[in-house]
Design a protein around this ligand. Structure first.
Ligand SMILES: Nc1ncnc2c1ncn2[C@@H]1O[C@H](COP(=O)(O)OP(=O)(O)OP(=O)(O)O)[C@@H](O)[C@H]1O
Ligand SMILES: [Mg+2]
Ligand SMILES: [Zn+2]
Length: 387
């Protein structure tokens, strides 16, 4: 029996990605040693970035699986170690691409990431539900998607994705976003401002400078990797976060979520004020909780629980105000399964992709994708409106 070739084992290890960093463990200095004897027994030592890495089971499974497939390998004996401080510094440098300075990758003029800030005039209209489902819908289509939950007062995004109280892995000053499983080839990773708070029950009274620092940290110290799309789930209303965002991510586009009931002028005014403070473009309006499909007649009979026409009114007011076409991207019906999916940590587009609300959400994701980069990144130079 011939013993397996060492270079084939290395090639197999190079197919294993670190689940958080999403790059081959061989490139990240995580493979410490590989030994093989003449009977085909392989001993591999892999260094985790931090001890108690939450994803060590995934790494174990992937390494054992990949090496086990190499011809001639009879067994794989994996030892997990932990990087030294020095190795971690080296890794951090590799990840920053030699760049010592912190910077926000999405703010670079050559950034290819589409950034959407999901905003609303008031709370509870479904921003987080829309964010999470749009992100999952895009990841399901094979895109690399990130969610930055910038709502310090809520923890809804991690809960809606079933992440519970999970804490992100930290490599030196770098924070690894938490990966979320999706169907298909895409990836979804999440960071919530709530994950960075020292304690969950700490009710944050963060204001301007603190919030700004937290936001910059989530944009620059988090290793997002290459993303196609980044969603920012904003706290309701205008405010400090909006101002920070405008300064740090002027090329973000704003997605306004509203219900049919809201006073169009009021919502449009707030969202518009925010967008102009941020010099950002409003990409469209999503009307949520639009109607309840009649339990007797079906979707043709819309029970207009919260009235009708709010989305269209907001879109018309914003179009007039900005002088460009702001459209309604979709009307999402009320659906108990949407709330249940949120509570259970399984977004509707994953758990029940054929539900009418999921179909509308997927349609909105498609529309956003088809809009491409458009005018994103252009400074519109709108003067800030008074509040
Ligand atoms: N179309 C819908 N049908 C049924 N329930 C919905 C729908 N949209 C949202 N919900 C539910 O309404 C509640 C509020 O939604 P969500 O948390 O997404 O709103 P939000 O705008 O992010 O709120 P906040 O301002 O507090 O951050 C949640 O329980 C959610 O599951
Ligand atoms: Mg929310
Ligand atoms: Zn009916």
């Amino acid at each position: 029996m011939t013993s397996p070739a060492l270079d084939q084992i290395h090639a197999a290890l190079a197919t294993v990605n670190d689940p958080e960093i999403r790059r081959p463990i061989t490139e990240l200095g995580m493979v410490d040693s590989v030994d093989v004897d003449e009977t085909g027994r392989v001993a591999v030592t892999v260094l985790l970035t931090v001890s108690g890495c939450p994803l060590k089971d995934t790494i174990t499974r992937d390494v054992t699986g990949a090496v086990g497939k190499v011809a001639g390998v009879t067994s794989v004996d994996l030892t997990l170690g932990v990087m030294t401080d020095e190795q971690r510094s080296g890794l951090q440098e590799t990840l920053r691409g030699g760049q010592a300075q912190r910077e926000i990758p999405f703010a670079r003029p050559d950034s290819l990431t589409k950034v959407y800030a999901v905003a609303s005039g008031k709370g509870g209209v479904g921003k987080s539900s829309v964010t999470v489902n749009l992100a999952v819908a895009m990841a399901n289509q094979g895109l690399k998607v990130g969610i930055l939950d910038a709502d310090i007062y809520g923890h809804s995004v991690p809960a809606m994705l079933g992440l519970g109280d999970i804490r992100p892995t930290q490599v030196e000053e770098m924070i690894m976003p938490v990966p979320v499983a999706v169907t298909g080839e895409g990836v979804l990773s999440v960071i919530s401002i709530g994950m960075l708070k020292p304690r969950r029950d700490q009710v944050v009274a963060w204001r301007g400078p603190m919030l700004d620092r937290a936001l910059v940290q989530m944009l620059s110290d988090v290793y997002w990797g290459d993303l196609d799309t980044l969603f920012l789930d904003l706290p309701p209303g205008t405010g400090d976060i909006a101002i920070s965002l405008g300064q740090h991510l002027p090329n973000a586009e704003v997605l306004v979520v509203t219900t049919p009931q809201e006073a169009a002028a009021e919502v449009a005014e707030r969202a518009g004020t925010m967008a102009s403070m941020m010099h950002q473009r409003v990409i469209g309006v999503v009307e949520n909780m639009s109607f309840l499909p009649c339990p007797h007649c079906g979707a043709e009979h819309r029970l207009e629980v919260f009235g009708a026409g709010g989305g269209a009114r907001v879109a018309a007011t914003l179009s007039k105000r900005f002088g460009y076409e702001v459209g309604v991207l979709g009307e999402i019906p009320l659906d108990i399964r949407l709330r249940e999916g949120g509570d259970a940590g399984r977004p509707l587009v994953l758990s029940d992709p054929d539900a009418p609300a999921a179909v509308v959400l997927t349609g909105i994701a498609d529309t956003l994708l088809s809009k491409g980069r458009g005018l994103a990144g252009m400074q519109l130079g709108l003067s800030p409106a008074g509040r």
